[in-house]
Design a protein around this ligand. Structure first.
Ligand SMILES: [Zn+2]
Length: 686
């Protein structure tokens, strides 16, 4: 996931330096020099909440944004790139710095009072940003700038900015703009309610002693000792949920834990989601669009809600029949245990999936886990990407961070520092409980380096626990790191709003999903995946089996993604009076998935993407089509070879959002992308 959420910063910069840097397109003021844009790690990241420093930083950013805005609007006479577009870029940069910083801290800070404070700052920065998007004077000023002689990325930035203003409703009458502004303010809070309810509802179940954990790996059982009352507590967070649903023999333990997981944030988020849907619909209507889905898709690669619907339908057609065939295999296997069984339930899928893969593919994920202790995997991800992209990562020792478990790294290419990243990789109460890259700073050449954080929930991080990861965790790690390198390598340009991962939303999951491929490759895996006890590298044979086993159940998996995409689209592509989210889920699920809906659950209340991605969850599958095609250009026998990676870096990652995604992909592939590689992969090839 690439978090929509915005984040903060410390680095208040001299407006003059920005103007100079940007006034000289093609030259890099910072190049070669030790950049002054290397702020010390911000004090408020400290585990001890330093609210004063946080407030001061946030205030400074918004003051800098306001001052750039005033300067821009005060210009008399001819509008130019130097006197208008450059200060506008500065306004955006400071506003985003404020919003990114607070959004990160509301999701990760260990102190709940600090998280609440951060929420307030997010509201304020978002309001500043929303008001800016409706400011007619700013729009008029930008419209008057002649960019015809500027470079291509400046022309695109200018064109895109004006279009974004029109999409936001800047050209509507004053009454409409006032109503839009009020609605946006309410929406920010509704979004925060939705996200907070998910974050804070970390449920547990109690089971009766170690016998309830039969089937689970020994290290898991060891890490879950009974309490004084003899009961064992299991959490719905990934490090418990994934192994329990996969290995536990006790059907009731799996069912109970999954039931809680599928009811996270229920009932609290039922009304919040309804409110989110209703407000977004109202906003779309105010801005002259039939529905929110129509509104939100028009600047995406897919261009319209109707095209999104067609795409989801295409996914259904290519997967449904195969998913039914796969499901029949599951049922047959279950009937060996229970001859009277007529269906395989959701909480049984992972368990029977494993048994089938063991029997038919001779693959046991538990065997693979032993090769994925957390620390080795982390080093492996770092080393693989460093080799591919010609980078060096340097750990910053003793950096002040928001939690003692967070690690900080600087990214270098030769002597030049390109960016900095933060790794916050283990669960903690109240912390964001999915996996995402959060922005801290978008990089702007000569002004500020890109700074980003990976927030995940992997095993490990506790003394004595090797943190053995499921291969799916390893995949998530590579995925999120794909966002990170995109953000850092794409954060070296001139214009903040189109830096790094600020590309078209339905392209943003392509670089991340493509990097997942690296953790399926035996040669790459053998660089880091070593047995946690013997140190022996993962055998090629085991990887081969793992790959074959992975192809089984693929259609069920993709049909589930198509189902999620359909839920996301169908709650937003009609008037809210026609939307009952429970009914949408229960009606759509059987159309896409052979697995019966789990009774008395409400997955939509914890489906965080319904806020962040709203109607465009199809993005993952759309990006996957492109990822599979791009991957076809790499040499599978030598994935760490820097040659193709370098070209990919230059053509796709480095431009960030400064060109339409389709053009970037075309340049890398030397043709338009197509469905061929994706369809082959779906068919079990590749
Ligand atoms: Zn992602």
């Amino acid at each position: 996931m690439n978090s929509r959420q915005k984040i903060r910063s410390v680095h208040a910069l001299a407006p003059f330096a920005l103007a100079v840097a940007l006034a000289l397109p093609g030259t890099s003021v910072a190049a070669g020099k030790a950049p002054k844009d290397q702020p010390a790690t911000p004090a408020f990241f400290s585990g001890r909440p330093d609210t004063a420093a946080f407030r001061a930083t946030e205030d400074a950013e918004l003051r800098a944004a306001q001052s750039a805005l005033d300067r821009m609007l005060a210009v008399k006479g001819k509008r130019t790139i130097l006197n208008t577009l450059i200060p506008y870029n500065e306004v955006q940069l400071h506003t985003d710095n404020a919003a990114y910083g607070s959004s990160l801290l509301e999701a990760v800070h260990p102190d709940s009072a600090f998280r609440a404070l951060a929420e307030q700052h997010t509201q304020r920065a978002t309001k500043f940003s929303d008001d800016l998007s409706l400011n007619r004077a700013v729009y008029d000023a930008l419209s008057q700038v002649d960019v015809s002689k500027a470079d291509a990325s400046t022309r695109y930035f200018h064109e895109k900015t004006l279009r974004d203003f029109r999409l936001a409703g800047v050209d509507r009458d004053e009454a409409t703009r006032a109503a839009v502004s009020k609605l946006l303010e309410e929406l920010t809070k509704t979004s925060q309610d939705f996200d907070r309810n998910i974050r804070q509802d970390s449920r547990t179940i109690q089971v009766d002693g170690p016998s309830a954990l039969a089937g689970l790996p020994d290290d898991f059982i060891k890490a879950h000792p009974p309490g004084p009352d003899g009961k064992i507590t299991l959490s719905i967070e990934y490090p418990d949920l994934v192994p329990v649903t996969r290995y536990a023999k006790n059907d009731d333990v799996r069912r109970r834990l999954m039931r809680e997981s599928q009811n996270r944030a229920y009932p609290a988020n039922m009304a919040v989601l309804d409110s989110l849907i209703a407000k977004r619909y109202r906003l779309a209507q105010m801005l002259g669009h039939p529905t929110w889905a129509d509104y939100i898709t028009q600047d995406k690669m897919i261009e319209s809600a109707a095209n999104a619907e067609d795409f989801i339908q295409r996914l259904r057609e290519t997967t449904f029949k195969r998913a039914q065939d796969e499901y029949a295999v599951y049922l047959k296997r279950k009937q060996e245990d229970d001859p009277a069984a007529t269906q395989v339930n959701r909480w049984e899928m992972s368990y029977y999936g494993r048994l089938i893969r063991m029997r038919d593919y001779d693959f046991d994920p538990q065997q693979a886990r032993a090769y994925f202790p957390f620390e080795r995997v982390k080093q492996g991800v770092l080393d693989a990407t460093a080799t591919m992209f010609g980078l060096t990562y340097k750990r910053v020792p003793d950096a002040a961070v928001w939690d003692p478990n967070v690690e900080v790294y600087e990214v270098y290419e030769g002597p030049k520092m390109l960016g900095r990243f933060f790794l916050d990789l283990h669960p903690r109460p109240g912390k964001y409980n999915h996996a995402a890259k959060f922005t801290i700073h978008q990089g702007v050449r000569g002004i500020q380096i890109p700074e980003h954080a990976l927030v995940c929930n992997f095993p490990g991080g506790k003394p004595g626990d090797p943190g053995l990861m499921e291969h799916s965790d390893v995949e998530t790690f590579f995925h999120e790191f794909g966002h990170l390198v995109h953000a850092i390598l794409g954060g070296q340009g001139a214009w903040e709003p189109v830096a790094g991962t600020s590309t078209q939303r339905d392209f943003v999951e392509a670089p991340s999903q493509m990097l997942e491929e690296w953790c399926w490759n035996p040669k790459v895996l053998q660089t880091f995946a070593r047995h946690y006890q013997t140190g022996e590298p993962i055998p090629t044979e085991l990887v081969t089996k793992m790959r074959k086993a992975d192809a089984f159940g693929r259609s069920i998996q993709i049909s589930a993604q198509a189902f999620y995409s359909a839920v996301s689209l169908n709650i937003y592509n009609r008037p809210p009076t026609q939307v009952n989210t429970d009914a949408v889920v229960t009606t759509l699920e059987p159309r896409f998935s052979p697995v019966p809906t789990m009774p008395d659950t409400h997955m939509q209340t914890a489906f965080g993407h319904l806020d962040g991605y709203s109607a465009v969850y199809y993005t993952y599958m759309w990006s996957l089509v492109i990822a599979k095609d791009m991957f076809s250009r790499f040499d599978r026998n030598n994935l760490l070879d820097p040659t193709v990676a370098r070209r990919y870096r230059d053509t796709v990652l480095a431009p960030g959002g400064s060109r339409p995604a389709k053009a970037l992909v075309h340049e890398f592939l030397e043709r338009d992308y197509d469905f061929k590689a994706f369809d082959e992969w779906l068919a079990g090839k590749g």
